[in-house]
Design a protein. Structure first.
Length: 126
């Protein structure tokens, strides 16, 4: 894949612990403290900035609880390296001024094994 296709700059963010936890404190699999309901209480912070090829699909709308929700999905391709291979659906990314939730990935593209692909969605709760 030529370098010209990687037109967008994306920032991957990873949840980080907001404070020290004692060994007896409950934490998730990433070491972030969790509250009484089992939700992670860490904040997202910068992890990696890289060039990407974003392929958006048309948005869709649905009515949920009487309100219209509008979502968009995209496949985001990046060059494969140790840092991008370590990205998980627990991370998120910023691209085109919006927060995108990672739904699956990384998936190695068969035609070009040096490229990783992520399925992402914006317009929904994290």
């Amino acid at each position: 894949m030529s370098a010209g296709r990687f037109r967008d700059r994306v920032e991957f963010q990873r949840k980080t612990s907001s404070g020290q936890t004692a060994p007896s404190d409950a934490t998730d699999e990433y070491g972030n403290p969790i509250d009484d309901m089992g939700n992670s209480t860490g904040e997202f912070a910068h992890h990696l900035t890289i060039r990407a090829d974003i392929r958006e699909t048309p948005g869709r709308e649905r009515i949920a609880n009487g309100a219209v929700e509008s979502t968009r999905t995209a496949t985001i391709r990046v060059r494969a390296c140790a840092a991008t291979a370590a990205i998980t659906p627990a991370d998120r990314l910023l691209a085109r001024g919006e927060i995108w939730n990672i739904r699956s990935g990384p998936i190695r593209v068969k035609q070009t094994p040096r490229i990783l692909e992520f399925l992402c969605e914006t317009g929904v709760a994290t």
